[in-house]
Design a protein around this ligand. Structure first.
Ligand SMILES: CC(C)(COP(=O)(O)OP(=O)(O)OC[C@H]1O[C@@H](n2cnc3c(N)ncnc32)[C@H](O)[C@@H]1OP(=O)(O)O)[C@@H](O)C(=O)NCCC(=O)NCCS
Length: 219
């Protein structure tokens, strides 16, 4: 059993069970604090119900600020400790990010793959957001970067409706613990359209063949 709650800056003192994982990067302390300060409603922690250890977390943001035509939700980190995998926690975290990045027209339980709220049953969400979508930012898409050799995560994101938009060559070059093969060094930029992207402008079918440099991504 798990407890889902907002991510707190002090969670970094207790998230070693999650970050002791070759696929999970550990950043400097201020990095996490800046997310808590700027995007508190997009950052979540999962604790075990019977101890206070951090078992999973997601940190995310939305940028650049609207009305910029690239306004999107961005998944920065999502990691579930091994004992808590396969329980649907990543799906729930992604559903919250997508609901908050969308126009809020879908109930969050519906986005998570459940039946959604029935008429008259609308309640405040686990993240404190309201069923009317008050907290939703109505961005064009959600994106994330993932190592090209992280097949498990890529398969999961594809199952959740994400597709590769472009391959960023050397995206992970220089990062601690990253190997030297092309698939270890490169990252996929994966995206999913939100309802505001009515004609699919922000996704493409052949993204695996589109190679870009990190400089082009940050431009
Ligand atoms: C990838 C990761 C986040 C998945 O977390 P999880 O909580 O086990 O995933 P869930 O149980 O929520 O699964 C969500 C969906 O993805 C699918 N999925 C999960 N792992 C999968 C795998 N190895 N292969 C294919 N599909 C997978 C599930 O079947 C589920 O779909 P379903 O509900 O239709 O069955 C987890 O393995 C992890 O933390 N890995 C290490 C860190 C990492 O790689 N993070 C991503 C970096 S961008």
């Amino acid at each position: 059993m798990s407890i889902l709650r907002p991510f707190e800056a002090t969670d970094i003192l207790r998230f070693h069970a999650v970050n002791a994982d070759p696929w999970t990067a550990t950043y400097h302390n201020g990095y996490y604090a800046s997310y808590v300060a700027q995007w508190p409603d997009l950052c979540y922690t999962v604790e075990g119900a019977f101890d206070d250890q951090v078992r999973a977390y997601m940190i995310a943001k939305d940028e650049p600020p609207p009305p910029d035509k690239q306004h999107h939700g961005h998944l920065t980190a999502l990691s579930i400790c091994p004992a808590y995998r396969g329980l649907g926690l990543a799906r729930v975290c992604m559903a919250m990010l997508e609901r908050l990045s969308s126009d809020g027209s879908a109930g969050w339980a519906e986005a998570a793959g459940g039946e959604g709220e029935r008429e008259g049953e609308a309640t405040e969400g686990a993240n404190g957001s309201h069923p009317d979508g008050t907290d939703c930012v109505d961005a064009f898409f959600v994106d994330l970067f993932v190592r090209c050799n992280n097949h498990r995560a890529i398969a999961m994101y594809e199952k959740l409706g994400y597709s590769v938009f472009r391959r960023v060559v050397d995206y992970y070059n220089g990062m601690e613990g990253v190997g030297s093969t092309r698939d270890e060094l490169d990252g996929f930029d994966m995206r999913k359209s939100m309802p505001k992207d009515t004609d699919g402008t922000y996704v493409r079918a052949n993204g695996r063949e589109v190679l870009v440099s990190p400089e082009e991504v940050w431009a």
